[in-house]
Design a protein around this ligand. Structure first.
Ligand SMILES: [Zn+2]
Length: 460
């Protein structure tokens, strides 16, 4: 009924058009926009989606949380008399800045070379915007009976916390995420999960049912400003450096949560979790190093086993001959489901001691949804029928997404952007990385899989 080759070509065209719109967040003229002014880029990308949907007879609107910060909302209404709660196809239209010098190709050129589409947003996440757009079009064109609304929501500002995107709309317009009777959506399909990863001889598809929590933390050290020629221990630079080192070097014992245990076990990494659960951290890490040669994948897996603390910004001192009176560090803290975020922050303060004061700037709790939900089973079935040798597995991701905002409404949000990737594609490095790109073959695999899940959940 649907010609998936044609549908994928159309999806690729939408993806390339979206990449050519530099919807860099934060918007404006920055290095990161490759000399392009990205002001209004989110609205332009959202408008592109709305125009495509409207041209195909689907009701769509662009709403702005602030000038230029546009999100696209569209809806295919249920066709039955007594519908079930909606399904949301969730995405974000913004992208992170680029370091143009480090790119091999134009980050906003959307070049298609040897079957690969290059450009910022190719995997995070204009690929999924285009796939969800294509699924909307396919549902509309085949015109089947729908037992729930399908809501398309391509939002602004995911990359900076969703203040002008998911958080805004969840707080101001929860009706956008529900149906005419006021019932909120039953589920949302969102970014990151769904891609294949090769571990040993296994090709796993990670179905994202959980995300770690976030505590963006600020650490402030104070001293007494004085002349640099008279050294003083009351120096904010020394105290801050000491505090940062202590935080970075403090042991972070592992804690294996059930979804991670099952995930590791299915990947053939049971020995890693067994050692971790015995408290043998060294043994666990050595085992992981032996079994997973790819260093980025290994770091990602290791971060699933523990709370993490990463100092990323240090600001202190203004002049070489002045002992600084104040210094600040910013620390990216990520917590497992089940970690008490308040107590964790208190622990960090205890580690740092008197050298600095630790406080949270922005906290988002972890999210975790049922790994055996109907829609997860549909994902597993659709993946298996498209790739019988694949291993679809529920998993937790270490970064955060708009799923955290959806959790405020209690809407289960699953990361499911299905892509079949060859073992040598450095997929995790492409998120926010240089030379971001996606193979067309991955979309050709993923689009029908995504459609299968949506149509079975919606059309029954
Ligand atoms: Zn993203």
């Amino acid at each position: 009924m649907i010609d998936w080759n044609l549908a994928t070509d159309e999806c690729v065209a939408h993806l390339r058009a979206l990449i050519r719109i530099p919807s860099v967040n934060p918007p404006g003229v920055a290095d990161g926009a490759a000399d392009q002014d990205s002001t209004g880029g989110e609205t332009a990308a959202a408008t592109y989606c709305a125009d495509v949907l409207r041209a195909n007879g689907i009701d769509a609107q662009v709403l702005e949380a602030a000038p230029g910060r546009g999100s696209c909302f569209a809806r295919l209404p249920a066709t039955v008399a007594d519908p079930e709660p909606p399904l949301i196809l969730l995405s974000h239209v913004d992208v992170v800045p680029v370091d143009v010098e480090s790119w091999t190709r134009d980050p906003f050129g959307a070049e298609l070379i040897d079957g690969v589409i290059w450009g910022r947003g190719a995997v995070d996440m204009k690929d999924m915007v285009a796939m969800e757009l294509s699924v909307m079009l396919a549902l509309q064109r085949t015109g089947g009976e729908r037992r729930r609304d399908v809501i398309f929501a391509a939002l602004a500002d995911e990359e900076a916390g969703g203040v002008y995107g998911a958080l805004h709309w969840v707080r101001e317009r929860p009706d956008l995420f529900g149906d005419a009777t006021g019932r909120l959506a039953a589920a949302a399909l969102n970014e990151v999960g769904g891609y294949s990863m090769t571990v040993g001889d296994r090709r796993a598809y990670a179905i994202q049912v959980a995300e770690k929590g976030i505590i963006w933390t600020r650490m402030r050290a104070t001293g007494t400003p004085s002349h640099g020629s008279m050294p003083s221990p009351d120096n904010a630079a020394i105290k801050l450096a000491r505090a940062v080192s202590r935080l970075a070097e403090a042991p972070r014992p592992s804690r294996v949560i059930p979804v991670v245990r099952s995930f590791f076990t299915a990947l053939g990494l049971a020995a890693v979790v067994e050692r971790a659960e015995r408290g043998d951290e060294e043994g666990s890490r050595a085992m992981l190093a032996e079994l997973v040669p790819d260093p980025v994948l290994r770091r990602s897996l290791d971060a699933m086993l523990r709370d993490t603390v990463t100092p990323n910004v240090i600001r202190v001192g203004k002049k070489v001959n002045v002992v600084p009176g104040v210094g600040e560090a910013e620390i990216d803290v990520r917590t497992l489901p089940g970690t008490d975020q308040h107590a964790f922050l208190a622990d960090l303060q205890a580690i740092v001691g008197d050298d600095a004061r630790v406080e949270s700037v922005h906290t988002m709790p972890p999210v975790e949804w049922a790994a055996d939900a109907e829609i997860v089973q549909l994902m597993q079935q659709a993946l298996l029928s498209a790739d019988p040798d694949g291993l679809p597995l529920p998993m937790m991701i270490t970064p955060g997404t708009d799923a955290k905002a959806m959790a405020l409404l209690g809407i289960p949000t699953y990361g499911f952007a299905p892509l079949r990737l060859e073992a040598d594609v450095p997929f995790l490095s492409l998120f926010h990385g240089n030379d971001e790109r996606v193979p067309v073959s991955a979309l050709r695999f993923g689009l029908p899989v995504l459609h299968e899940v949506v149509s079975r959940f919606v059309e029954g």
